[in-house]
Design a protein around this ligand. Structure first.
Ligand SMILES: Cc1cc2nc3c(=O)[nH]c(=O)nc-3n(C[C@H](O)[C@H](O)[C@H](O)COP(=O)(O)OP(=O)(O)OC[C@H]3O[C@@H](n4cnc5c(N)ncnc54)[C@H](O)[C@@H]3O)c2cc1C
Length: 417
């Protein structure tokens, strides 16, 4: 359906009568070829890729609340592919390329904005580490530029260069990185998946797994009744360990809160995303003018979607150290989401020891940028029963075998975001 300014105004005035739904409000069927638990970006993207690339359309996405009520709608919207380690570098670039075609692929405006990211460095050692990261990116065909202090100053003259405790020496720039509107990503995948016949079932909490005599998962128990499934995929982010426990699995994942903050709107100031290298703070500016920022996870395990004051103070201190210009800007909103922190900071896209049950988890605070990549590679695993080549290292057993992917900035050392 095409909208004009007149049809939009008419719809607003008549209470949105005959306004078409972006996706159907589907009632659960008795059985699906694939059931995905979790209606965040990952679950919906997986369903869309299953239907559009792998021809598997008898799919349901089960969401306990409303779609996008988890981390998909709570993140700070940064997308980038400035990774370095084998296992990550190809995966995140695959995801970046999918961001670049997403709006055409879904026929939906997800407001992908490649406004660039600069990771600041404040010491010679940090510069060397970023030079190495940039070189690894370029060798793999990914854009990266190492900026000196003048280069950063030209882009962001308002940063604290003069009186800083940790003077800015320069930064690593990825121009193709940026932001996307997180809710629109969820709605775009829901809309496109629904058109291909995927059932999106909200207010449907999975409360258990149905198993056959051999222990294979053959369906799920839900708050809306039992649903049979050929295969079940979990994409429940911060709830991964709780949902897996229903199948008797103990995951190498801890849940922590991460907070995000939005200030009142100010005039255009920050050209892209910038991360502080000497403290926990990163920031971008939304199209509405608000500064969107965040920092470190709260330092204790929790399933609560709200954070504590000391972390808030720490984040704001980081912001003031980097750009004292924001000192009198008022904070408008703050919220928290539950991070599925894996033990090496890298994700898991793998089969589980329970037949019929597949896992997509461990995204820590970096899973928004992974949304299209995780959707494609998880769909591949579910459809083919073998890993996609770009996600082959995201194995569940790597903590036992020692093949961890311990990339700085992803797990316990969060200064990249
Ligand atoms: C404050 C904050 C800032 C972040 N910033 C960034 C960033 O800038 N860039 C970036 O790349 N990443 C960022 N992230 C991380 C990113 O948001 C997540 O890694 C990613 O969204 C996780 O995938 P998802 O979207 O599918 O998760 P979610 O949206 O959390 O989806 C999981 C869904 O599963 C549902 N669910 C749980 N249990 C059940 C059940 N039993 N039955 C049915 N449904 C269930 C939940 O309700 C939820 O909707 C941030 C996260 C937070 C909280």
């Amino acid at each position: 359906m095409k909208y004009s300014i007149f049809s939009l105004a008419r719809a607003a005035l008549n209470g949105h009568k005959n306004w078409p739904r972006t996706w159907r409000d589907a009632a659960p069927k008795k059985h699906y070829d694939v059931v995905i638990i979790g209606g965040g970006g990952h679950g919906l993207a997986t369903a869309w890729f299953l239907a559009s690339r792998y021809g598997i359309k008898n799919v349901a996405v089960l969401e306990k609340g409303w779609i996008g009520s988890g981390n998909a709608g709570r993140n700070t919207t940064i997308i980038r592919s400035n990774y370095m380690l084998p296992g990550n570098i190809g995966f995140y670039e695959l995801s970046m390329k999918l961001w670049e075609t997403m709006e055409q692929d879904l026929n939906y405006n997800t407001m992908v904005s490649q406004r660039g990211i600069v990771n600041l460095y404040h010491s010679d050692a940090q510069r060397d580490a970023y030079a190495r990261r940039g070189n690894a990116m370029r060798i793999n065909g990914i854009d990266a530029e190492l900026l000196d202090q003048d280069g950063v100053r030209k882009m962001m003259p308002f940063l604290n260069f003069e009186h800083a405790r940790f003077p800015i020496q320069g930064g690593l720039l990825q121009r193709r990185a940026g932001t996307a509107r997180h809710d629109a990503v969820v709605w775009g995948y829901a809309h496109a998946a629904d058109k291909l016949g995927v059932d999106i079932i909200q207010n449907c909490e999975v409360t258990g797994f149905t198993r056959d005599k051999a222990g294979k998962v053959i369906g799920v128990e839900t708050s809306r009744g039992a649903i049979g499934a050929g295969k079940v995929g979990m994409s429940v982010a911060g709830s991964s360990s709780r949902v897996a426990a229903m199948a008797g699995l103990r995951l190498p994942i801890e849940s922590h809160v991460l907070q995000a903050f939005v200030s009142e709107a100010i005039k255009p100031l920050i050209p892209g995303v910038v991360t502080f290298g000497a403290g926990h703070f990163y920031v971008s500016q939304s199209d509405k003018g608000g500064l969107v920022f965040g920092g470190d996870i709260d330092g204790y395990n929790s399933y609560a979607q709200r954070g504590n004051m000391p972390t808030m103070e720490d984040v704001c201190e980081g912001g003031m150290a980097l750009m004292p210009i924001i000192g009198r800007v008022r904070l408008l909103r703050q919220w928290g989401g539950i991070m599925d922190m894996s033990m090496d900071g890298s994700p898991i896209i793998d089969r589980t020891p329970v037949e019929g049950l597949y896992l997509n988890a461990g995204w820590c605070y970096g899973g928004f940028k992974a949304t299209p990549g995780a959707g494609l590679t998880f769909a591949h695993l579910l459809a083919r029963d073998e890993p996609h080549e770009e996600a082959a290292r995201y194995r569940l057993d790597r903590f036992r075998t020692g093949w961890t992917i311990d990339e700085k900035g992803m797990g316990a050392q969060p200064n990249l975001h």
